[in-house]
Design a protein around this ligand. Sequence first.
Ligand SMILES: CC(C)(COP(=O)(O)OP(=O)(O)OC[C@H]1O[C@@H](n2cnc3c(N)ncnc32)[C@H](O)[C@@H]1OP(=O)(O)O)[C@@H](O)C(=O)NCCC(=O)NCCS
Length: 192
Amino acid sequence: MSPMLRLRPLTTEDRAAIAEFVLNDPDHTRTCFDREPSPADADDLLSSAAYGSGDVAPTLLGAFDADGALVGLIDWACRWPTPATGYIGLLQVRPGHRRQGVATALLAHAQEAAAAAGCRQLMLAVIARNEPARAFWERLGFQWLAPQRARRAAPLEAVVMHRPIPAPQDGTRGEAQPAAAAHSAPAVGVPA
Ligand SMILES: CC(C)(COP(=O)(O)OP(=O)(O)OC[C@H]1O[C@@H](n2cnc3c(N)ncnc32)[C@H](O)[C@@H]1OP(=O)(O)O)[C@@H](O)C(=O)NCCC(=O)NCCS
């Protein structure tokens, strides 16, 4: 059964939990940056979330399980790099909590916020050799920006992917694309 998730913004008070979270997944920084994770990664996430203002102020959102443990996080910025784009910086789920819809739930929340801010697409960069992440993004309906014939990238090259956000008049604003809709996300509680 899917866990009950609670989503809320992360603040400096969550620094220890974020540090523990990133240190718990050394494979991620090894795959993407060829280095070990460090507590400074938590500071980077928090400072980038505090950085910027107005239209491009990034948001750092955490997913907590029923026991109050941080099991996933996502950061994104609305209206960057174009006024109609929501850019996802990091989406990460605690290894023991994967394949339970946590990332799908975080992404759905980010898309809803981006849509409300007037964004018409989500965009991100994924390291080419990060095969599980690429499988996730493709499963969620994201496509490479490069044409099909150019879909080769060096292992550490970042591949840019995007997914349109349905227009509000479609009556589906903020909802997942068909590929994502097929995956059942866990129940989510988001404080008002
Ligand atoms: C990529 C990541 C965020 C996915 O998180 P998750 O909570 O496991 O994803 P979900 O449970 O919402 O998965 C939704 C669907 O995506 C696909 N998917 C997810 N992980 C996958 C994997 N490792 N391999 C293949 N497909 C995968 C599946 O179709 C899955 O549905 P299913 O479990 O019913 O088959 C997680 O693996 C992670 O944190 N990886 C390390 C950090 C990272 O690389 N982040 C991306 C940076 S760009």
